[in-house]
Design a protein. Structure first.
Length: 310
């Protein structure tokens, strides 16, 4: 038996919840599929600085509490299961979520993204034993220790700044000769006395016995190698979209991000995508929220055949 609903939303991050709120307000019967926990990237953040209307340094946990309150206050339905198959049929879209079947008239994909791996020797062996992809999640375990952050973008610098308040020493390792992070983040970074930046450096191997004990790094200019003793490695080299199950459903770019038009519609007229799973120029909470709203209203217009003005 398939349960029939008007709109399915895959993902319980900012984009998916924004879509659910606007769908609810417009009168669409929708369900959110979230196999882990409501909040998405917020679960991995400490503070929020660039969301207009929120105070500088707003704690992510405060926003998470507000999201949970909104979910319950608006009576949004959350299915705590992961969608593992989507098919198109004559009646609409057939979704399988860990054995539960749903038939929807429309689908909003807000499945987010996942952390990229370095792909070096020892990385996989020490995940959870000194190798991490989230300073907010695991930084506490490295209090007073020496750690490295790999990367040169906003996320890497933010991770290094966060860890500098916990760890004894933080090495920021970047393969190029300058960082890509925003200027205000770099200014803060350069002011921290316990952060050392290693430019033109590439990690070749993560070493240890029971846990991480050192990394081997190569100078990209000279080719020389050296060993850096430390206890933690935080990898912050970007994210890849969580879109594998949609590869035969909608069009994606070469990196796997879903391609949409300005109304967030994919190549299938009854499927929309928003947030970090979508090809877009800026990956921020505020843009994810706006995209969720646009996707929901686009879905409403398609499903109900009506127009909502701005």
């Amino acid at each position: 038996m398939e349960r029939k609903v008007e709109l399915g939303i895959i993902g319980g991050g900012i984009a998916g919840l924004s879509a659910a709120v606007y769908a609810k307000r417009s009168g669409l019967e929708s369900v959110i599929f979230e196999g882990t926990a409501i909040g998405g990237q917020l679960l991995l953040m400490d503070s929020i600085d660039n969301y207009v209307g929120l105070g500088l340094g707003t704690k992510a946990r405060e926003v998470l509490i507000n999201l949970q309150s909104m979910v319950s206050g608006l009576d949004l339905e959350v299915i705590s299961k992961t969608v593992n198959d989507v098919k198109v049929n004559k009646e609409g879209l057939s979704l399988n979520a860990e054995g539960l079947n749903y038939l929807t008239k429309g689908l909003i994909i807000a499945s987010g993204a996942k952390f990229k791996r370095l792909g070096v020797k020892g990385e996989g062996d020490f995940i959870g034993k000194g190798v991490s992809y989230c300073a907010v999640c695991d930084g506490f375990f490295f209090k007073g220790k020496d750690v490295a952050v790999i990367g040169g973008g906003n996320n890497a610098v933010e991770e290094a700044l966060y860890l500098s308040d916990i760890a004894n020493k933080v090495f920021l390792i970047h393969r190029r000769d300058k960082l890509r992070a925003l200027s205000y983040l770099q200014k803060d970074l350069f002011s921290r006395k316990n952060i050392e930046i290693l430019f033109n450096s590439r990690v070749k191997e993560v070493k240890g016995s029971e846990a991480v004990e050192s990394i081997n790094i190569e100078d990209t200019n000279t080719g020389q190698n050296k060993t850096l003793p430390l206890q933690g490695v935080f990898i912050a080299i970007g994210v890849g979209p969580s879109t594998d199950i949609f590869k035969d459903l909608v069009s994606r770019d070469e990196d796997g991000f879903i391609v949409t038009d300005e109304n967030l519609k994919t190549n299938l007229e009854q499927v929309w995508a928003c947030g970090d799973c979508r090809k877009r120029p800026l990956r921020q909470l505020i843009t994810a929220a706006s995209e969720g709203a646009i996707a929901a209203i686009s879905a409403y217009r398609h499903i109900k055949g009506r127009y909502i003005s701005s």
